[in-house]
Write a protein that binds this ligand. Structure first.
Ligand SMILES: Cc1cc2nc3c(=O)[nH]c(=O)nc-3n(C[C@H](O)[C@H](O)[C@H](O)COP(=O)(O)OP(=O)(O)OC[C@H]3O[C@@H](n4cnc5c(N)ncnc54)[C@H](O)[C@@H]3O)c2cc1C
Length: 456
């Protein structure tokens, strides 16, 4: 009997591969509403310019679960994978206190005037006996951070950064906000002191190595990062080939999809408006908790969701490559209107790669048309590009917006997820973004899908 998967993004593709892993040759149908598969991983192609940009996520990282990592490598095709060693790839920096921090993306407070008070409190936490509070997706970041780092660091560093990035009072924000930009530690001492103290796991939990390239091998994350020839769109193409070779039917442009759960039937229109339907034994909704709820005509107005933040990507081709091996730069200083820059040169394997993508959250005051010049000026201020060096650009608006990382919004997501999980029959599975109240990052999505479906 047929298994129907709604959504052909990362979650949908991994769902199909997971089901096949159990029983090869299963009767699986993927229904994707867009022309291209892949969701966020589909990337943005500009054939006239001969350019391609990812549209959100870039590098993948091994999960550490052998079966999952092997499955993803099969989907991607090993020959298409550019694997980095465990200490390579994915390094990020930040714009903080008027300079470009190359050594770490964690705020480096060593030059901060309030440094001593911050460090006294942090050393106090390290020396204490209470477990160090982990930053979780949905708890109020202030509650966790004050216990974790103490007042001085939170008030002088963390709060201003988070409210600048998300344009919300930090009192409203959840841990998700800090996780999105990896604000889980600080840089507070020199290498000698760090090496002297790093044997203590509590210290390492809060205090980052002063230079990310000098992480002692014994503490380096052993899980490797990888990228694909053809970017994330290359992954999607290979995954689609892998699945179709095993008999999975993939239908693109499946519009106005409707699911009759009781009758176990899905119906949709194709690109010409012709109607189709299929019966299913199992329905797997991978279009995110909110997408699935819409699919099932659930009224979302009573759950308390906040309006998503305006989310724009500015793809640029520069005259010269960015002179840095960092993949990402976060903007922690006021006066910068972007969230993160991605430097493709750092992971594409092409030393002359001149592509960057700038992610801009909120910043409604900036019109699309002025983004390129505003960004050029802001990048110029920190030496990332010179005047006139933007050769080409395009602004993409992500139509779903970005989920505002507030406690209220996270709570709404959890309540909706619980509601769906309780009300759906066992033959309907929900996996992917938003499940468990907070699955978001690609490895969370992959693991959630795999765990949900690996016994089906
Ligand atoms: C800007 C940005 C940056 C990110 N950066 C990172 C990062 O650095 N690291 C990281 O780990 N993660 C990152 N993520 C998260 C990562 O991109 C997601 O975890 C992952 O792409 C989610 O895949 P998905 O398949 O669940 O969702 P999507 O990619 O949204 O795919 C859902 C698919 O379902 C389809 N669909 C929806 N509704 C229907 C319907 N009714 N009928 C048929 N099809 C439907 C959509 O068209 C789409 O193809 C980022 C996300 C964004 C937006």
């Amino acid at each position: 009997m047929k298994q129907v998967i709604v959504g052909g993004g990362l979650a949908g593709l991994v769902a199909a591969a997971t089901l096949l892993r159990q029983v090869p040759g299963k009767d699986i149908l993927i229904l994707e509403r867009e022309v291209t598969l892949g969701g966020l991983l589909a990337g943005a192609h500009y054939p006239e310019q001969g350019l391609y940009f990812d549209r959100g996520t870039h590098l993948f990282r091994e999960t550490g679960v052998t079966e999952i990592d092997a499955l993803l490598q099969k989907m991607a095709g090993e020959e298409n994978i550019r694997m980095f060693s465990s200490s390579q790839g994915g390094h990020a920096g930040a714009i903080y206190q008027g300079r470009l921090q190359h050594n770490s993306h964690f705020p480096d407070v060593r030059q901060h005037p309030g440094r001593q008070a911050m460090l006294d409190e942090v050393w106090g936490v390290v020396a204490g006996t209470q477990p160090i509070r982990p930053i979780t997706t949905f708890e109020a970041i202030m509650d966790v951070a004050l216990e974790r780092f103490g007042e001085a660091y939170v008030n002088a560093v963390l709060s201003p950064i988070l409210s600048q990035l998300f344009k919300r009072p930090v009192s409203e924000l959840a841990g998700f906000a800090a996780l999105l930009c990896g604000l889980t530690r600080l840089v507070g001492c020199d290498r000698q002191e760090w090496l002297a103290k790093c044997g203590d796991g509590r210290f390492r939990e809060l205090v980052a190595v002063p230079d990310q390239r000098e992480m002692p091998v014994s503490f380096a994350n052993t899980l490797r990062r990888y990228y694909f020839s053809g970017g994330t769109a290359g992954f999607v193409e290979s995954a689609a080939r892998y699945l179709t070779a095993q008999g999975v039917r993939i239908i693109r442009q499946a519009r106005e999809l409707s699911c009759d759960i009781e009758a176990r039937n899905v119906a949709w229109l194709d690109e010409r408006g012709d109607a189709f339907e299929e019966e299913f034994a199992q329905l797997i909704l991978t279009n995110g908790v909110v997408g699935a709820a819409r699919q099932l005509n659930i009224d979302l107005s009573s759950f308390g969701f906040e309006r998503p933040i305006l989310h724009r990507l500015v793809h640029m081709q520069l005259a010269c490559p960015v002179e840095s091996d960092l993949c990402y730069f976060y903007a922690f200083d006021p006066g910068f209107d972007f969230f993160r820059i991605t430097n493709y040169r750092a992971f594409s394997g092409d030393p002359d790669d001149r592509r960057i993508t700038i992610e801009i959250l909120a910043s409604e005051h900036l019109a699309d048309a002025e983004l390129a010049s505003v960004m050029e000026e802001q990048l110029g201020r920190i030496g990332l590009c010179r005047p006139g060096s933007v050769l080409w650009f395009d602004v993409q608006r992500l139509h779903t917006g970005f989920p505002v990382p507030t406690v209220n919004n996270m709570k709404a997501m959890r309540v909706l997820d619980e509601h769906l999980q309780q009300s759906l029959p066992a033959y309907v599975r929900l996996c992917g973004v938003g499940v468990g109240g907070g699955v978001f990052f690609q490895n969370e999505v992959i693991q959630n899908v795999f765990q949900t479906l690996s016994n089906e």
